[in-house]
Structure formats: structure tokens, C-alpha cells
Ligand binder design. Structure first.
Ligand code: TRP
Length: 449
């Protein structure tokens, strides 16, 4: 029995869902710290170029393949194939995407769980429950395990409600709130002493660092993670877009929103770090670099909020609410990938699929929580540095080499009838065919050597 497939009901709904997927911990945490440690605006500059010349074309490959097939990645890639070899490759790449995104979801859920714990902390303090507040902010296996389950529960809740009543509805509520909270926080933080030093560290370019090959690898990794590429997420969201929409324009807006929020987050996090420094909090580690990892979000910023007195409680609340919203709109897009596959190809009900797959990922999370030092960094590195770029490479190969060019053109023409005269059609096919695969492969070889 086949139920009708879900579809986003409006352009706004898709934009909120897709930018909700893109905007996440990668923007608010990853991007600002990456920028600050890699030459400030020099990184921003490299990043912008990479987003528009490499990540946007790869994003379009996923969106177009998805909308054409109106199906999950496995079925979509199989459908583009012309022979047994490419069909086998499609099956493999589709499944690899499902496994990659599930593993990304497993570490993402752990970090998101921390955000929820730190969101409840100021509430506990307001209620004078200081021992609860201390428990919430102390790194224990029990706390981490409980918040993994809580956050996964939220993710399952939204995904089980479906594309329109779950993903679109929640993204349309949460994303505008995220932008408002982010703006308010920026406006507050930049008035504090020390903030302008942070703004300088973020915006003044140190072009000497541009020749560092590490910078380009970091920027490309950041761009792929931030736009949720290479794992079938954007493909499945593309599959829910109506044939009436102009896909290249929609994809461009998603990329702009993603970059916009990353730049705004830089204007919050860097000034906040230097305000913390002005308040006596250490913001450099022993090797002289800016503290960037969990130490930044879980210790530097909370120390800053504590030093602000009672206003700090409100700021902490707003900040961790921002992080939780950013995480949730991303985690639902990850869980949707395996769920859509199970629903479409194995006729499992959506609710049941979300519960079972979410449950399995939660078990993986708990395994990582219990063996954190051995597993966490390993899972992050393997998925984000290796599988994701490789996935992106294959999506480009499918769009550029395997898919029949005329059928590809017909797909984009729906919603964009004049595409053949557009700049997009002059540049993009060449990009997905040659530039993206070569550039991703080059970065990959760098990484391996
Ligand atoms: N883009 C999100 C972020 O910046 C994370 C994300 C969501 C993601 N879906 C993904 C990353 C799929 C890789 C693959 O935080």
C-alpha cells in the first residue's frame, strides 16, 4: 500500500526546512571558531568562494536529483543509472549516505543534548535549584545519556509527524525565532567592553594564512558540513519540493541564508569571547590558540554568562535556546534520510520507522557516550572528513556523468522554463561534471597524504 508522498506546502516552508537543516551547530559553533583560528576574514573570504563555487553546485546536484526522482537517495540514484555498474554504484552511494548521516546524527545528538542541559541550567538557577544546576553542567555519563534520549525523543517526535505537519511546521516556527534570538544577542553583546576586539579578530583578514593548504581543507569541510551535503539530506528535502518551484533560485537562497547565519554567529561568538577575556576568563589554550572545542561553548561562554550577574541568566537562556533550535532543525533533517528510505522501500509506517531508527541511533549515541574518548573524535572525523566529501563527489558524478543531460535539463525546466538562457545553465553543468569532482578529489588527496 502506498501512501501519497509528503511535499512542502510552500516555498517558505521549504526554505525554512532546508535552511533549518543547513543552519546548525556547524554555523554557530564551527564557523566562528574556524574563522578566528584561521586568519579571520581571510577564512571568511575563502569560505564564501568555496560555498558558491563548490558547495552550491553540489547542493544543486542533490536537490535536482531528489526532485526528479521524488524518492529517497537509494531509489533516486538507481533510477538515474543506465547499466548494472552504475545501478550498483547508486545502491552503494545511497546506502553509504544513510549510514553516514545516521552516524553524524549520533554525535550531533550527544552535543545537542549538552545544549539542552545547559538550556535548563539557568532555569534551575532561577528556581534556586542549585544542586540540579550543578548536575546539569557537570559532564557525567548519566547526564549525557539522559539528554541524548531527551533530544532524540524530540527529533523522533517531529519526524514522525511527517513532512508537512512535522518538519515544515516546526522549521517554520523555529527558524524565524532563531534569527530573532541571534540578532538580540548580537545587539546586547556588542555593547559590552572588549567586544570590538572580537569583531576585529573576526573581520580583519590575515591574508598570510591564505596560502596555508590547511585553511582550504578546513573551509571546504566546513562548507560541506554546513550545507548538509554528501549524505542525502538535501536530496530528500529536494524530493519534497513541488515541480512548480525554481530550484536553482531556491538552492541559492538556502546557501545565502546559511552563510548569512554563519557570519552573524561570528559577530556574536567572537565578540563574546573577547568580552569574556575582558572579564578575566581565559580564552586561549596552552598552545596559544583560541579555545574552540567543547571548552568554548561549555566553559568559556558559561563563565562569561556567570560574570554578568542576573542578566547573565537571561543571556544564557537565550544562547542555549538558540543552540537547541539550531540543533533540532538539523537533527530532524538527518533522521528523515533513513526514515524516508524505510517508509518508501519497506512500507514501514512513518511513526514506527522514526521510532525504530531513532532508537537504533540512540543506542549508538549511548555507546559513544560510554566510550567517549575512544569513539567521539573518531566518528566525527570519519563521517565529516571522509564519508561526506566522498558522498558529495558521487552525487556530482551522478548528476554530471551518469544522468542523461536532456532529462536533467527537463527537470530543471520545471519551475524554471527559461533555464537554457540562464547563467546557471551556462556554468553549472560544467561545474558538477568537472570542477566539483576534481576539487573534492584534490582536497581528499591532501587529506590522505
Ligand atoms: N548543516 C548542519 C550544521 O551546520 C548539520 C547537518 C544537518 C548535516 N544535516 C546534515 C551535516 C547532513 C552533514 C550531513 O550543523
Amino acid at each position: 500500500m502506498s501512501t501519497p508522498r509528503g511535499e512542502f506546502t510552500s516555498r517558505f516552508g521549504f526554505l525554512m526546512a532546508a535552511s533549518g537543516s543547513a543552519v546548525g551547530l556547524g554555523n554557530i559553533w564551527g564557523f566562528p571558531t574556524n574563522a578566528a583560528s584561521n586568519g579571520g576574514a581571510a577564512f571568511l573570504f575563502t569560505y564564501l568562494i568555496l560555498v558558491f563555487v563548490l558547495a552550491y553546485p553540489a547542493l544543486m546536484a542533490e536537490l535536482i536529483i531528489g526532485r526528479h526522482a521524488k524518492a529517497n537517495a537509494v531509489t533516486a540514484l538507481q533510477g538515474l543509472s543506465r547499466g548494472t555498474i552504475s545501478r550498483g554504484m547508486g545502491t552503494f552511494v545511497g546506502f553509504a549516505g544513510i549510514i553516514t548521516v545516521s552516524l553524524i546524527l549520533s554525535f550531533y545528538t550527544i552535543v545537542s543534548g549538552w545544549m539542552v542541559a545547559f538550556l535548563i541550567d539557568p532555569l534551575a538557577r532561577i528556581a534556586n535549584l542549585d544542586s540540579l544546576a550543578d548536575w546539569l553542567t557537570t559532564d557525567t555519563i548519566l547526564r549525557n545519556a539522559l539528554f541524548v534520549m531527551l533530544f532524540m525523543g524530540l527529533t523522533i517526535y517531529v519526524v514522525s509527524a511527517g513532512v508537512k505537519d512535522g518538519i515544515e511546521k516546526w522549521a517554520s516556527r523555529l527558524m524565524p525565532s532563531l534569527v530573532v534570538i541571534l540578532l538580540l544577542l548580537i545587539l546586547y553583546v556588542i555593547t559590552l567592553p572588549g567586544a570590538s576586539d572580537g569583531m576585529r579578530a573576526f573581520l580583519i583578514p590575515d591574508f598570510k594564512q591564505l596560502i596555508d593548504p590547511g585553511l582550504i581543507i578546513n573551509a571546504l569541510g566546513q562548507a560541506f558540513f554546513s550545507l548538509s551535503l554528501g549524505a542525502g539530506t538535501m536530496l530528500i528535502y529536494g524530493s519534497y519540493v513541488s515541480k512548480k518551484e525554481n530550484l536553482p533560485a531556491l538552492g541559492g537562497m538556502v546557501a545565502l541564508l546559511d552563510v548569512g547565519v554563519a557570519v552573524m554567529a561570528g559577530m556574536l561568538i567572537l565578540p563574546a569571547m573577547y568580552v569574556a577575556q575582558a572579564n578575566g576568563v581565559a580564552i586561549y589554550d596552552e598552545s596559544g590558540g583560541l579555545i574552540a572545542g567543547p571548552g568554548l561553548i561549555l566553559s568559556v561562554l558559561p563563565a562569561l554568562f556567570n560574570s554578568m550577574g542576573s542578566a547573565g541568566l537571561l543571556v544564557a537562556l537565550a544562547f542555549f535556546l538558540l543552540m537547541t533550535i539550531a540543533s533540532l532543525t538539523s537533527s530532524i533533517s538527518m533522521l528523515e534520510v533513513p526514515v524516508a528510505y524505510a517508509v518508501e522501500n519497506h512500507s514501514v509506517g512513518r511513526r514506527k520507522a522514526a521510532l525504530i531508527i531513532g532508537g537504533i541511533v540512540a543506542i549508538i549515541c549511548l555507546t559513544i557516550v560510554a566510550n567517549f574518548d575512544d569513539l567521539f573524535d573518531l566518528v566525527v572525523t570519519v563521517t565529516t572528513e571522509y564519508s561526506q566529501p566522498l558522498g558529495g563527489l558521487f552525487f556530482c558524478i551522478f548528476a554530471g556523468w551518469i544522468w542523461n543531460r536532456n532529462s536533467l535539463l527537463q527537470e530543471i525546466k520545471q519551475g524554471f522554463p527559461e533555464v537554457e538562457q540562464s547563467l546557471f545553465w551556462k556554468i553549472w553543468p560544467f561545474y558538477v561534471k568537472f570542477i566539483c569532482p576534481v576539487a573534492i578529489a584534490a582536497v581528499y588527496i591532501q587529506l590522505l597524504s
